[in-house]
Design a protein. Structure first.
Length: 179
């Protein structure tokens, strides 16, 4: 099975890159043969926008079946989900550490599309990877904001301009475990 691990450097001893879309490298590993393909993500690092969605598309083209990284943004998460690539966030340590834990069964290689980290967290020693599990079925947080604008103006005609502008904004937030 092909997996991808974000890396700060072009090496299995590299620390995990905490960013997905703007990760410096993707270490794409065949877990059956231990063959490693390195993808230099210089295009994504320098991208002004769309880095995460582009990275998700790239991993899909490689045929990756799971992603291990620090953090995935909401747009990239959507593309990964559509491509049936589960992702595991809050991974720390080294790329080799993740691979070692995969071999020992301490990190999930599941191809179930649930996008939740299934890592047996252990005390950090020797840069061992750790993860904070996400809650399966957690609801996303939604933020809302109200904007009030008042416009006043006088026209050159016979009328008096007394416009009142009202705006409402809403936003999305990363959801925490809510049950």
């Amino acid at each position: 099975m092909l997996i991808a691990v974000t890396a700060l450097e072009n090496s299995l001893q590299s620390e995990i890159d905490p960013r997905f879309g703007r990760a410096a490298y993707y270490m794409i590993v065949n877990t059956e043969t231990d063959e490693v393909t390195v993808h230099n993500n210089s295009d994504g690092v320098g991208s002004s926008n769309g880095a995460g969605t582009g990275a998700a598309q790239t991993l899909s083209e490689y045929g990756v079946k799971a992603l291990y990284t620090g953090s995935v943004g909401p747009k990239a998460a959507e593309v990964l989900q559509k491509a049936n690539i589960p992702y595991y966030e809050n991974i720390t340590g080294t790329v080799q550490g993740v691979l070692d834990q995969l071999k020992n069964g301490q990190v999930s290689q599941s191809t179930d599309q649930n996008n939740s980290a299934q890592v047996e967290t252990q005390p950090e020693t020797n840069n061992a990877p750790t993860a904070t599990p996400q809650c399966p079925g957690a609801l996303p947080a939604v933020g809302q904001g109200m904007g009030l604008g008042r416009g006043q103006g006088t026209g050159r005609g016979t009328g008096r301009g007394m416009g009142a502008g009202r705006g409402a904004g809403s936003g999305q937030g990363r959801g925490m475990c809510r049950r």
